[in-house]
Design a protein around this ligand. Structure first.
Ligand SMILES: [Zn+2]
Length: 547
């Protein structure tokens, strides 16, 4: 006789994500693992006197989402700071003023979430912040994390004047007279950022738990934290040691471009310390370039000037191609999964070249090397993902005609390159493993809102929008797979999670509607009723009876 189940989930279709048996109508859980998924009669036979039953009234059961690229700890920190995400740009000054007034004791006003397309290419001006906070320094990161907006007090404290040179790999935005405007890009952010107080260990630990709770509410059971410094890793460790890490976290340890090869030893040690419970510090994150909107993405051909004329600017490669290959080869040789941020087509090509160099030097191993963002991929480079075994770590929410695309991207491009953007369907057709991630807090962490853009390539909430490069749409099963089995593969979790398959861990999400039902409405409006890790709820709608 089969042993009885701890939990049965009945009453809603089950999208298993298992290609051998994609649909079921019930799931049984025993000992934290999927005991059965199949016809209701078969699964219900596992019911015993102590079995809890989650009786649903429609909706959909699916594997818990895995976010392949998200900033959980930093996002959790931001949730407690001056948060401009989702705030209308006209309301930025009032929001900053209110936040500062509520915290008279705080020396600095720190926060972020402002959008670049509210200000044009010059970025925001310090005078706007001076009007609401003049006596204390203000430092606000853009939602993409690649620029900062500071007030005059911060400029003064940092000693930035018209005579200050741009630091390597960064730019101080200046007005026509050469005066700093208060917008700082890439490495120039550190001119002010290095002066701001760092959060202490308790703040970071609270941030990890706050970020985790945010993701669980959205059906996410595993994630890759895409740039983890030593202070964040210590917080993850502390939370894991207390048994409070309920999600599966892969920490991608941050590679410091200025620290050189000497940091390799430290990273190996951090991996050893950072592997306990559901935490695994097995990846390293490298920035190959910046972002297109501030002209720091590394491009094969120069940017245009907005009137269609070529400039001499090809962006900023954070490491030269030789150094990138050297670093990637060394990390690969130590058994790390290398996770590279690459936006421009040159950055993507240099990174693929680096992975090829690593394979040539070390031999091919079962690595989960990956390139995140992939805004511009030259068509000749698409088949190389499969050939080199490189995961396409994609942020589907960006693949639409939003303000960033219309105002800050398309005017600076020729039509040919404009058509190479976010090629999710092409990469899939070329045999790449597609793994979806949010890049929260850059964008929403809600996988269903992101999937809505992946399948429609439409600006969310705009009924008149036109699809952006519609040939690059992926269908719903492919999008769900990219957010479950695809991202589980990127996290080395595909043997344990990513599909509802007997024997795998019962990491599950329960939706209030079935997104496969055309009557369900926009995907982004579908809500998560419950999130389970090993069969135990880590989020549950109060209305739900979990037995
Ligand atoms: Zn990121």
């Amino acid at each position: 006789m089969t042993a009885e189940a701890d939990l049965l989930i009945l009453g809603a279709p089950v999208w298993t994500g298992d290609p051998a048996r994609p649909w079921a109508d019930a799931v049984a859980v025993r000992g934290g693992r999927v005991a059965a998924a199949g016809p209701e009669r078969e699964v219900a036979a596992l019911r015993g006197p102590a079995t809890r039953v989650l009786a649903l009234d429609g909706g959909l059961v699916l594997p818990g989402f895995a976010d392949a690229h998200v900033h959980t700890a930093a996002g959790g920190l931001e949730l407690a700071q001056c948060d401009l995400h989702g705030v209308e740009p006209e309301a930025y000054p009032a929001t900053v003023a209110r936040y500062a007034a509520e915290r008279p004791e705080a020396g600095w006003v720190l926060g972020g979430g402002w959008v670049m397309d509210a200000f044009g290419t010059a970025g925001p001006h310090r005078s706007v912040l001076d009007a609401v906070v003049a006596d204390r320094p203000v430092l606000l990161e853009s939602t993409d994390g690649h620029s900062a907006w500071v007030n005059s007090r911060a400029v003064e404290l940092a000693g930035i004047t018209r005579a200050t040179p741009d630091p390597p790999r960064g730019r101080v935005e200046r007005d026509a007279a050469g005066e700093p405007t208060g917008a700082l890009h890439e490495a120039a952010m550190d001119l002010v950022g290095d002066l701001a107080p760092d959060p202490g260990p308790a703040e970071w630990e609270a941030a990890v738990e706050r970020g985790q709770a945010h993701l669980h509410r959205l059906g996410i059971t595993a994630w890759q934290d895409a740039a983890v410094g030593p202070e964040m890793l210590a917080a993850y460790r502390a939370v894991a040691e207390r048994g409070r890490l309920t999600g599966r976290a892969v920490a991608a340890l941050r590679w410091d471009v200025d620290a050189g090869a000497a940091q390799l030893r430290d990273l190996v040690e951090h991996r050893r310390q950072g592997t306990l419970g559901r935490l695994r510090a097995s990846a390293v994150k490298i920035f190959a370039d910046g972002v297109f909107e501030n002209r720091t993405a590394s491009m094969l051909e120069p940017y245009l000037d907005g009137d269609g004329r070529p400039t001499t600017n090809r962006g900023i490669g954070m490491l030269g191609p030789e150094e990138l290959a050297r670093v990637v080869t060394a990390l690969d040789g130590e058994g790390f999964d290398v996770h590279v941020h690459a936006i421009g087509d040159r950055a993507v090509r240099d990174t693929l070249d680096a992975f090829a160099a690593a394979a040539a030097a070390n031999g091919r191993r079962d690595a989960r090397h990956q390139i995140a963002h992939l805004q511009f991929v030259h068509p000749a480079d698409r088949p190389r993902f499969r050939r080199l075994g490189v995961v396409a770590n994609a942020q589907p929410y960006w693949s639409c005609l939003d303000g960033y695309m219309r105002e800050l991207t398309l005017p600076f491009l020729d039509p040919e390159r404009a058509g190479w953007q976010y090629p999710w369907a092409s990469l899939r057709r070329a045999g790449a493993v597609l793994a979806f991630g949010s890049d929260w807090t850059v964008s929403t962490a809600n996988p269903l809102e992101e999937i809505e853009v992946a399948v429609g390539r439409l600006v969310p909430g705009d009924p008149d929008a036109e699809p952006f490069l519609p040939d690059e749409r992926v269908d719903l099963p492919a999008a769900l797979a990219a957010f479950t089995s695809g991202s589980a593969y990127a996290l080395r979790l595909e043997g344990q999670t990513g599909s509802i398959t007997p024997g795998k861990l019962a990491d599950l999400a329960v939706l209030d509607r079935d997104p496969f039902d055309p009557a369900a409405g926009p995907l982004g409006g579908v809500r998560v009723l419950a999130t389970l890790v090993e069969g135990e709820p880590v989020h549950a709608d109060p209305a739900l009876d979990l037995g």
